[in-house]
Ligand binder design. Structure first.
Ligand SMILES: [Fe+2]
Length: 175
């Protein structure tokens, strides 16, 4: 049986205008599109770079079920504790070992389905990180043991790297 779920992914909410737009538009979209689960990339929601706890709360209040990130996720130190404590707040899995937070989670979507989200970070034109291909595939295989509904946020600069990763995991993730 094929399971389906309606997912809304909102990319790169940028600074105060982005947060305000999300607060204004997201609740209506969640209703009109009958969204079961909403992922928001929020790594630049605080003044265009990084996150702070208050802004994380605003994104959740606006309707995000999970917040993903990228190279700027941990830019501001006062959010580091929250990355350790809040399972709905993800940063790239392939950040160096010992980095606060986590790179994946399994959540309850509104339709009574379980959904997994994985956040990765590319290496082309970005600061050094661990291998997103090797770590990403291992994480996908593990998460698929929990639910077939898996969404990957691959945060990268180079289109070629994104396409290569998509081909590498083709058929293993839903999007
Ligand atoms: Fe970024």
């Amino acid at each position: 049986m094929t399971e389906s779920v309606r997912v809304l992914f909102v990319g790169d909410v940028f600074g105060k205008p982005g947060v305000e737009a999300l607060e204004r538009l997201l609740p209506g979209l969640l209703r009109s599109e009958r969204v079961d689960f909403c992922i928001v990339n929020g790594e630049n929601a605080e003044q265009g770079k990084g996150l702070v706890p208050g802004v994380v709360e605003e994104l959740f209040q606006a309707g995000a079920d999970c917040i993903t990130g990228g190279n700027h996720s941990l830019y501001r130190e006062k959010v580091h504790d929250l990355f350790d404590r809040e399972p709905r707040l993800l940063r790239p899995l392939n950040f160096p070992e010992g980095t606060p937070g986590r790179g994946s989670g399994v959540y309850d979507a509104r339709a009574g389905k379980r959904i997994a989200v994985l956040n990765l970070h590319g290496r082309a034109l970005l600061p050094p990180s661990d291998d997103p291909f090797r770590l990403g595939k291992a994480a996908i295989e593990k998460l698929r043991g929990e639910t077939p509904l898996l969404i990957v946020d691959f945060h990268a600069e180079a289109t070629a790297e994104k396409i290569a990763f998509a081909r590498y995991v083709d058929g293993l993730a839903r999007a």
